[in-house]
Design a protein around this ligand. Structure first.
Ligand code: URA
Length: 447
């Protein structure tokens, strides 16, 4: 087989056979296919896309480039959730313990923050001592003993994806739906799951900013899941303002712990976050056969918060993965950043918009996120919103507080955060959080 011919075939819109894909991908993992030829192939995929058959083949080869974890000895239907990521998206931290508390095992392999969106691994690692680098044998022990486990991609999981994703990142070929879908699903299918819930975010703070692109990605992801024999339900959810109130690793852990302790009813600020968390977790409980409907699953998850079982499951998970339960039980003892600055409103009215992309980018400048994969992040840094879209605001009211150790960014961050809040004279109509459901029956509006 000739590599140049394969690249040309894709460039001209042709479809590659399984054998051709295998030649290209196994050659790349072994080092026989150089980066420059793989880059050219990825760019051809970016412009020409892939057929359904090609997408499934590509995913299968990525999946089998490494180990597929066998969790068949763990009783129950194993269910995970994947989110395409957004600003303030700490849903996994709340959802995984809730679902496990309802008796559904949750094996979860998550990613790190990159660009304006956060990553579950960094949030977990802000908990002192918490290990996300478990071996596969430790991973199996934790899911067996606790019913939930949360780790990062190991070198055994989809190594072809790891190598190819790093190349895509520096060759402007990330934003290609079949490549994204194959990359996400190869890692999820390697976890040992039986079923999967997908949260594809749409809006200014999302990876996919338009509804059409989010829908195309969601349909492709669900189709791959079903194609691999896993029950898969996808949701398109709103990411036009940050989810909940906290942005930044430890700050998001604090918000998630508050939600798990049931503080939501008292401060009423994390309602959008909990709306998404309940729908996704309820769907997991339904797919895990512990509820007859999504609605019954939601009720069970609400009960797991009310009776404290979800919070205690989080503590069990943290203990099992080497983290400090004491830090969670005594959140106020965590080290404070050097600077805490409040942003006050200079106008009266209602919060019309909060630009989550801008806040996500400001969060990086505070030290809480990364522009490059090897950037070191400050776990304490971030932003806490004091107002959300639709809230009434007076001159002098607090809009947000930001935290950082970097003195040199204070002035610019203050300006950027203030600009991210748009005040309007009339109360804006609140957008739905859950827009569409995609499953084996097609697409429908969520009600
Ligand atoms: N996340 C992934 O895991 N892969 C992609 O290609 C994009 C986002």
């Amino acid at each position: 087989m000739n590599l140049v011919e394969l690249i040309r075939k894709k460039r001209e819109g042709g479809s590659l056979s399984e054998e051709e894909f295998r030649f290209l991908m196994s050659g790349y993992v072994k080092g026989d296919v150089p980066d420059y030829q793989m880059s050219a192939f990825l760019m051809a995929c970016y412009f020409q896309g892939m057929s359904r058959e090609e997408t499934l083949t590509f995913t299968r080869l990525m999946l089998h480039s490494g180990q597929v974890i066998d969790l068949s000895e763990i009783p129950g239907v194993k269910v995970d959730k994947h989110s395409t990521g957004g600003v303030g998206d700490k849903v996994s931290l709340i959802l995984a313990p809730m679902v496990a508390a309802c008796g559904v095992p949750v094996p979860m392999i998550s990613g790190r923050s990159l660009g304006h969106t956060g990553g579950t691994l960094d949030k977990l690692e802000s908990i002192p001592g918490f290990r996300t680098d478990l071996t596969i044998s430790e991973y199996k022990h934790v899911i067996h003993d606790v019913g939930v486990v949360m780790i990062g991609q190991t070198k055994e999981i989809a190594p072809a994806d790891k190598k190819m994703y790093a190349l895509r990142d520096v060759t402007a070929t990330v934003e290609c739906i079949p490549l994204i879908a194959g990359s996400i699903m190869s890692k999820k299918l390697a976890e040992g799951i039986d079923a999967l819930v997908l949260d594809v975010k749409t809006g200014r703070g999302a990876f996919m900013q338009t509804h059409d692109r989010s829908m195309e990605l969601a349909k492709t992801l669900v189709d791959i899941g079903i194609g691999f024999g896993k029950e898969t339900i996808g949701f398109i959810t709103n990411m036009n303002q940050p989810l909940g109130v906290a942005i930044g690793n430890w700050l998001e852990v604090v918000e998630a712990v508050g939600c798990l302790r049931g503080a939501i009813g008292k401060n009423n600020t994390s309602t959008d976050l909990m709306e998404v968390a309940y729908v996704l977790s309820g769907t997991m409980v339904y797919l895990g056969k512990k509820a007859k409907s999504i609605e019954e699953g939601i009720e069970k998850c609400k009960k797991s918060i009310a009776d404290g079982s979800a919070y205690h499951k989080l503590l069990d998970l943290i203990r099992a993965q080497g983290g400090s339960v004491d830090a969670i039980e005594n959140l106020e003892r965590y080290p404070l950043p050097k600077f805490a600055m409040e942003i006050k409103s200079s106008e009266q009215g209602f919060i019309g918009e909060i630009d989550s992309f801008e806040l996500g980018m400001t969060n990086i400048s505070l030290g809480a996120g990364r522009e490059k994969m090897d950037d070191i992040i400050d776990m304490k840094a971030g932003i806490v919103l004091k107002k959300k879209v639709g809230d009434a605001v007076d001159i002098g009211d607090s809009l947000a507080v930001f935290y950082t150790d970097r003195e040199d960014v204070l002035t610019a961050a203050r300006k950027r955060i203030a600009k991210a809040f748009k005040i309007s004279a009339v109360k804006p109509e609140l957008k739905l959080m859950i827009l569409d459901v995609i499953d084996k029956n097609g697409v429908r509006k969520f009600s």
